[in-house]
Each structure stands twice: as structure tokens, then as C-alpha cells.
Design a protein around this ligand. Structure first.
Ligand SMILES: [Zn+2]
Length: 99
């Protein structure tokens, strides 16, 4: 599954998939569920979850400045507050759409 087209429209990320399906993902939801280690935490080999301090998210945090493809399997989102370590895989985006 690959996106045929990705566009930021208003407060959503619109993705058209190569099977003809479409996903409309709220930018705020994507940011709040940022999969990077700093936001989502990292598990050690024992399964303990380590998370950084909770960030205060403001209006700029939910503004998408730009995005760039990563290795053909994901996109990296650059947010208005400078956060850009979240790599969103196609799988992740496809699953996020069920909300
Ligand atoms: Zn993050």
C-alpha cells in the first residue's frame, strides 16, 4: 500500500492511496499521537516504557509546515513548533484513519 498523493488541506492531511481509498487525518490527532521516541516513549528489552517529559502543545504544534517522504515507507512531518522527529509509516497512517 502506497499513497498516490498526499496533501495538507486545512487542518487535515489528505492521502489518496494507490488502491483508490482516501484518508483524511486531523493534524491535531497526528501530532498528539506522534510516534517518535520522545513523544511515544521507547520500550527496553524488559518491556518497560520510558517517555520524555510531556510537552506543552500549543496552536503552532498542530500546524504542519511541510512533510517529506522517508525511504518509501513513511513521511516525516515538520510542525510549526519545530518538532520533526515523528516518522509516520503508511501502515500507521492507514490505521489512524479508522478514528
Ligand atoms: Zn514526537
Amino acid at each position: 500500500m502506497q499513497p498516490a498523493d498526499i496533501q495538507a488541506i486545512g487542518h487535515e492531511l489528505a492521502i489518496r492511496w494507490d488502491d483508490g481509498g482516501e484518508s483524511f487525518l486531523k493534524l491535531e490527532t497526528l501530532r498528539r499521537n506522534c510516534p517518535c521516541a520522545g513523544c511515544a516513549g521507547e520500550k527496553d528489552v524488559m518491556g518497560n516504557l520510558y517517555k520524555g517529559p510531556t510537552r506543552q502543545l500549543g496552536a503552532a504544534s498542530f500546524q504542519l509546515r511541510r512533510f517529506t517522504p522517508v525511504g518509501g515507507y513513511a513521511i516525516q512531518l515538520f510542525w510549526g513548533d519545530g518538532h520533526n522527529t515523528g516518522i509516520y509509516s503508511w501502515d500507521y497512517l492507514r490505521r489512524a484513519d479508522v478514528e
